[in-house]
Design a protein around this ligand. Sequence first.
Ligand code: NDP
Ligand code: 8X3
Length: 252
Amino acid sequence: MIALITGATSGIGKSTALLFARNGWDVIITGRRPDRLKDLASHVEKETGRKALRLEFDIRERKAVSGAIDGLPAEWREIDVLVNNAGLASGLSLIQEGDPDDWEKMIDTNVKGLLYISRAVMPLMIARGKGHIVNIGSIAGKEAYRKGNVYCSTKFAVDALSRSMRIDLLEHGIRVTSVNPGAAETEFSLVRFKGDESRAKKTYQGYDPLTADDVADVVYYAATRPAHVCLNDITMTPTAQASPAYMYKKEG
Ligand code: NDP
Ligand code: 8X3
């Protein structure tokens, strides 16, 4: 069995790739940082004995994405599960003060990048009459929150794409699942706050956030249901979080 996980150099994608490999899957791992891809591939191979194929590209570059999938060696083309995980938030600003460069980064990565890789992989699944696409959405794709504007919009788009894919791919026997996490402690906030470590750390203080492993666990669970079962939409939060805006934090 083969799983392709985008954004596997960090956080949820890295945990997901490891979990699939630990359960006997070969993995295709993607991201922009070659050193991290290399480290993960050797970790996978040493710890699990499974194979890991590295694909280094910026998911915003349509030709690079389609070229990487078109160029897959024959033994890697039978992708059973595509985990559309690569994504980011860039900045946290009121809409009237937002930086259009941040907006473009988020839209190009979270929406267009997801489309590019899906467009390249779906024909391979259709040819086999089976496959599973797991899109990593967010609670930000279920409810908007203050200063979340464009990030929320991209995740609302992911939600709409999951629903649309499920309909369009129905006749091909391809399952589509949306996994929508709340706050998970990864490099997400470090990226959102552009390297400001103390601000990123603060995001996860005063409660127990989700871990990348918690999310990977749910992705793997969804991917390993019997063939006739499709989990459509799974929203998961830390116990201390009820919605993007309601977080119970302990003082101190
Ligand atoms: P991380 O920052 O830890 O990981 C993000 C991954 O996405 C990295 O592997 C990164 O790889 C990849 N990525 C980002 N931009 C690009 C790009 N242009 N081209 C290729 N790969 C890219 O964050 P998370 O693990 O938290 O995020 C994973 C997904 O989960 C995202 O879609 C995020 O929106 C979503 N999410 C996260 C939540 C959280 O609280 N952490 C909650 C809900 C959803 P590289 O930099 O090497 O390219
Ligand atoms: C990431 C979680 O609440 O910061 O999607 O939007 S949140």
